[in-house]
Design a protein around this ligand. Structure first.
Ligand code: SIN
Length: 335
């Protein structure tokens, strides 16, 4: 639960830092929004829509600068930069918060969510909402969940059954769950920043990766990965986050307007993400550069059975209450 004492403390600190800058009170509040993907992706579009709506509704009061493609900060330093208030908005993938909370690792568990609708339901329920507040001790406040999409497995060889991944090395985000997931199918993994994925695949440093269609297409990963298996084995979503002290230091009325804009942008991003991913899937098929492999129900079940032990492995860290709450959102509730 949102702890009242903690909120008051954050507000007091925020007020102090606001007073310190009151000499600049007539200056618009500057919000730098940094991210690591291309503009033509669900997150990239969300950042641009946020900027547009703020410019329309809060002109002269708030100014937004958007920095896509790791052009300001990348995976290695963006969260530290946020905590230092060198950047005020980020939307890292949920796999990138492990250092600040283990609970968000629930989103990395393979085959936990049947589809993006199930993810959506979990994020809207009490347990999902609570996780937005799970990093406040680290001066990070979660403002919203933004969808990208379900992940697919790409590689230099066709991956039909789990054994096909044996011995390959996959690029992963910095998540122990993802490392364990690939370990379950006899594969190795390397944690690399998103900005390095194309080069690592092109040079053969790694032979495979996992990403939603929009990231595969916008980074041209299909041009260096001849096979993509449509596994939908996990989700890659984002948490829109700010520096707590900065956020609660924004004058109340302006913050309310910003939060209303965020709600509106979140609705648009989450409504359009699935269609954007399907459009990029089709572009990949049409390019003829990579073969998209449709798994049979039996093949998909084999991947599920192979990776499923990861749930038990991380249950202690994530919390069985969180995992149970996530399981109930699938239409067909399975243990
Ligand atoms: C992102 O979509 O922000 C990047 C995800 C990744 O690192 O694979």
């Amino acid at each position: 639960m949102f702890n009242t004492v903690r909120v008051m403390a954050i507000c007091a600190m925020a007020f102090a830092s606001l007073s310190a800058t009151s000499a600049l009170a007539d200056e618009p509040i500057l919000i730098k929004f940094s991210h690591v993907v291309a503009d033509a992706t669900p997150k990239g579009q969300g950042a641009l829509l946020f900027k547009q709506l703020v410019e329309e509704r809060l002109a002269g009061k708030v100014k937004v600068e958007v920095y896509p493609n790791s052009s300001l900060f990348g995976d290695a330093n963006e969260l530290e930069a946020l905590r230092n208030n060198d950047v005020q908005l980020l939307a890292p993938s949920l796999a990138k918060f492990e250092q600040y909370t283990k609970q968000l690792q629930v989103f990395d568990l393979p085959f936990l969510f049947d589809d993006l609708d199930a993810v959506n339901r979990f994020q809207k329920r009490a347990k999902g909402r609570q996780l937005l507040r799970s990093m406040e001790d680290h001066n990070i406040v979660g403002l919203a969940y933004w969808h990208n999409g379900m992940k697919q497995l790409s590689a230099t060889r066709a991956l039909n059954m789990p054994g096909d991944a044996n011995g390959l090395s996959f690029r992963i985000q910095p998540s122990a769950v993802l490392e364990a997931q690939f370990g379950q199918v006899g594969a190795n993994s390397q944690k690399l920043p998103f900005s390095e994925v194309f080069k690592a695949l092109q040079s053969g440093q790694v032979q495979g990766a996992e990403n939603p269609w929009s990231n595969i297409y916008s980074q041209k990963l299909h041009e260096v990965q001849p096979f993509i298996s449509e596994t939908n084995h996990g989700v890659l979503d984002y948490m829109l986050v700010s520096n707590s002290r900065f956020w609660y230091g924004i004058p109340h009325q302006i913050r309310m307007e910003l939060e209303a804009i965020i709600d509106e942008v979140t609705y648009v991003v989450n409504k359009q993400a699935e269609a954007a991913n399907q459009a990029d899937r089709q572009r990949i098929v049409d390019s003829g550069r990579s073969q998209v492999i449709n798994l049979t129900a039996e093949q998909r079940q084999a991947w599920r059975d192979a990776m499923r032990p990861v749930w038990e492995q991380f249950q202690g860290q994530i919390g069985s209450d969180v995992i149970k709450a996530a399981q109930t959102v699938n239409r067909k509730h399975r243990e």
